[in-house]
Design a protein around this ligand. Structure first.
Ligand SMILES: Cc1cc2nc3c(=O)[nH]c(=O)nc-3n(C[C@H](O)[C@H](O)[C@H](O)COP(=O)(O)O)c2cc1C
Length: 357
């Protein structure tokens, strides 16, 4: 498994090992959607990863869909993320901010009173969402963005990328999966626009490409990553031809010189998204989804991936990298406390290696 413990360069990011902690929403933001001391400790404990991708952060109030998710648009939020970045860097790790704009995947109850729900088209997400006050409820119908407003939303991503750097983070990752705003532009059931952002695959990928370009021009394309899961239908999203849409997206995004593509590997009836990415993506590649240490090592050994990411194993194993290095069995985690406020189920999983030091 030694190949996982060798350094690798992904654009401007120089990882000391091949382990990436993938983004996980944990719904523990404090007042003003700021990260708290709990976040500092949570990410510090997991800084053995070569690279940490933060939980999804909204680039603007409109980007918030779920309850208690942190943002990266206010001075208080930037100050909070600075403490997190400093803690991770002090442990020798790197950290990028995942920018997650939920678009239509939202309830008004989870948002500030004056913030809107916006999307490519005014089509309600036919799914339920959790709220603190009413439990699981139907999502609200979004308002369709006008053509003139789209550059403003792109500008929010650009500013969020600048804010991430201002906070001392090493870069950003665009969350372009799981039915959120970027994927809503890509997909045929959520994007019914008649302007240059809708219709053909060329038009549906335009928003994502322009967001990547804007963020790259602001902080360097080699500090921008892209996360996708072509074919995924989570949050009532559906594309008639994901192979065409994402094939084109990968072709065009490959030209930008991004830090990496981060793929949640899945095979769907319409697309084997790993094969599609391999056919169209040119650049650094992070592989995710249900990996074991052995599978991860084989992916790096064979050259299938430059780095490998783990999500759930990092929840209960803050020292996941050391455990895999030493062959220490992995712990599970308390699923009931995944999204609950407070320290329990967040920063109270012990590191096995503490007893070995
Ligand atoms: C609690 C939880 C929250 C998640 N939140 C996000 C998120 O905010 N952004 C994202 O891109 N993926 C998110 N994911 C997906 C993970 O990053 C990862 O792709 C998934 O867990 C599969 O990897 P694994 O098998 O190693 O856990 C989340 C997963 C979990 C379990």
């Amino acid at each position: 498994m030694e190949e996982l413990f060798t350094p690798v360069r992904l654009g401007a990011l120089e990882l000391r090992n091949r382990f990436v902690m993938s983004a996980m929403t944990r719904s523990r933001a404090g007042a003003g959607d700021t990260p708290t001391d709990l976040h500092v400790e949570y990410y510090r404990q997991r800084a053995g990863a070569g690279l940490i991708v933060t939980e999804g952060l909204q680039p603007s109030p409109a980007g918030k869909g779920y309850c208690r998710t942190p943002g990266i648009y206010s001075p208080g939020q930037v100050d909070g993320w600075r403490k997190v970045a400093q803690a991770v860097h002090a442990e020798g790790g790197l950290i990028v901010a995942q920018l997650m704009h939920c678009g239509r995947v939202a309830s008004r109850i989870n948002k500030d009173d004056d913030s809107e729900i916006v999307a490519p088209s005014a089509i309600r997400c036919n799914a339920k969402i959790f709220t603190d006050t009413m439990g699981l409820i139907d999502m609200d119908e979004p308002r369709a963005l006008s053509t003139e407003e789209i550059p403003l939303v792109i500008g929010e991503f650009r500013q969020a990328a600048l804010n991430a750097r201002e906070a001392g983070m090493d870069g950003v990752e665009l969350h372009c999966s799981s039915g959120y705003l970027p994927m809503q532009f890509l997909s045929s059931n959520t994007n019914r626009r008649a302007d240059r952002y809708g219709g053909s695959a060329e038009n549906r990928i335009r928003f994502v490409i322009e967001v990547l370009q804007a963020m790259g021009e602001a902080i360097g394309h080699d500090r921008v990553g892209l996360r996708v899961c072509p074919g995924f239908e989570y949050n009532d999203i559906h594309d008639e031809n994901p192979a065409e849409t994402y094939g084109l997206l990968f072709d065009e995004a490959s030209k930008l010189g991004l830090a990496y593509l981060h793929l949640v590997r899945r095979t769907f009836p319409k697309v084997d998204n790993y094969l599609l990415a391999k056919q169209h993506w040119v650049g650094n590649f992070i592989l995710n989804n249900e990996l074991t240490g052995e599978m991860a090592a084989e992916a790096v050994r064979s050259g299938s991936a430059d780095a490998v990411s783990f999500g759930r194993p990092f929840i209960g194993n803050p020292d996941l990298v050391e455990r895999l290095r030493r062959g220490i069995p992995l712990s599970g985690y308390d699923a009931a406390r995944t999204y609950t406020p407070g320290p329990a189920g967040f920063i109270d999983y012990p590191a096995a290696t503490w007893s070995l030091k």
